[in-house]
Ligand binder design. Structure first.
Ligand SMILES: C[S@@+](CC[C@H](N)C(=O)[O-])C[C@H]1O[C@@H](n2cnc3c(N)ncnc32)[C@H](O)[C@@H]1O
Length: 362
């Protein structure tokens, strides 16, 4: 029997170890959030840009429950590390991984809840995540008795593999899907491109609707500030909203030609001075300084019905990002409750903020 068939040496890492993922440009913010949640957390090793192996004083379950209640802005995804095993980049790795999965990992799965396997591979390994999923999922299902359901899993087996440059290791762990901060491997929420897509920004709105659980009223009226070329407007139309699209720029002809879209070819400031209507939804993706954009959102608050909600991207320039964010939040809180704030997978140098209007007393 070759060595690859020997039972692998599994290092029990316990549930205080976790892998935390963030946008590489905002990893420092994410690590601050982890420190705020667990002042004694240790950052053990950067596994890839924006991917950190950490050891907490709090258990993974405790930390995750706290973040489930009040999600961080920049930590995109977390998963526990309960086992780790060496990889050498050969075909034998798949065998080793399936042995770990079929051994102790399977014992951690609840037999009565659907599970899926989420694999990420970083560095110089030849393996594809799909191949690893295929190698470990059937054994996990067979031994644990849990059904495999990649669409609606309640528990996830996370497999994070790093190449020789980072030690050649696979880190594995089992967690409730709801504890991972995102249902997607590493928080990488990808949407299929549609032929009608107008802008890349569309993904930001789709992701925000999903992450914040936003409800769009049937035949609602929506205001899209900074609408051009019309991606968000197109998505709002798909959700059966009548849209007022405000932007001095041109809308894509497919959006401009839609009878459910009214293009106000002017700035948001000019439209506000122009006796605007009231709306169920206000969205703001304007390319504008964060504080100026927040002030405009506050000025627009009376145009939002009490049952409505607003969404804005807060643009963060290179410098003083924390101060910019704090100031924008302070301004927004004059008129809104900040119901959610996340650096979404599709955000670049910005975060997305979900706002509910404060009671105005009239
Ligand atoms: C990132 S683009 C918006 C993309 C859009 N959400 C989409 O999905 O196609 C930013 C837009 O903000 C607009 N903008 C900048 N300042 C503005 C202002 N004061 N009033 C209205 N629009 C403004 C720009 O003209 C630009 O079209």
């Amino acid at each position: 029997m070759s060595e690859a068939f020997e039972p692998p040496a599994v290092a029990e890492a316990g549930t205080r170890q976790l892998i935390l993922t963030a946008d590489p440009d905002f990893l420092d913010f994410a690590l601050d959030e982890a420190r705020a949640a667990d002042p004694q957390v240790e950052f053990l090793q950067g596994l890839a840009p924006g991917v950190m192996l950490a050891a907490g004083r709090r258990t993974f379950a405790d930390l995750a429950a706290g973040w489930q209640e009040k999600p961080p802005i920049f930590v995109r995804h977390i998963c526990p590390v309960q086992a780790s095993v060496g990889l050498d980049g050969s075909g034998g790795d798949l065998m080793v991984l399936s042995q770990v999965a079929g051994g102790e990992l399977a014992l951690l799965l609840a037999s009565d809840a659907p599970f899926s396997v989420q694999t990420r591979v970083y560095g110089d390994l030849p393996h594809k995540p799909f191949d690893i999923n295929q190698a470990v999922a059937p054994l996990l299902a067979e031994i644990s008795g849990a059904p495999l359901d990649v669409r609606r899993p309640q528990q996830v087996v996370s497999v994070v593999c790093v190449g020789q440059g980072q030690g050649g290791v696979a880190y594995l762990g089992v967690s409730a899907t709801a504890h991972n901060l995102s249902d997607w491997a590493g928080g990488m929420r990808r949407f299929a491109r549609e032929a009608e897509q107008v802008s890349r920004s569309e993904f930001k709105l789709l992701e925000a609707i999903e992450v914040f659980g936003l409800e769009l009223p049937p035949r609602g009226v929506a205001l899209d500030l900074g609408a051009a070329p019309g991606g968000w407007t197109r998505i709002l139309r798909r959700y059966a909203q009548y849209v007022t699209a405000v932007d001095p720029g041109d809308l894509d002809p497919r959006v401009a030609g839609d009878r459910g879209v009214r293009h106000k070819r002017m700035t948001a400031e000019a439209y506000l001075a122009n006796e605007p209507d009231r709306f169920d939804i206000i969205v703001d993706d304007m390319r504008m300084d964060a504080q100026a954009s927040a002030r405009l959102m506050v000025a627009y608050a009376p145009q939002l019905y009490a049952h409505g909600w607003a969404l804005m991207t807060v643009k963060l320039a290179e410098k003083q990002r924390r101060a910019t964010l704090d100031q924008a939040f302070a301004i927004l809180q004059r008129a809104y409750t900040i119901a959610g704030a996340r650096h979404l997978f599709h955000n670049r140098s910005e975060i997305t903020v979900y706002l509910r209007p404060k009671a105005r007393g009239y």
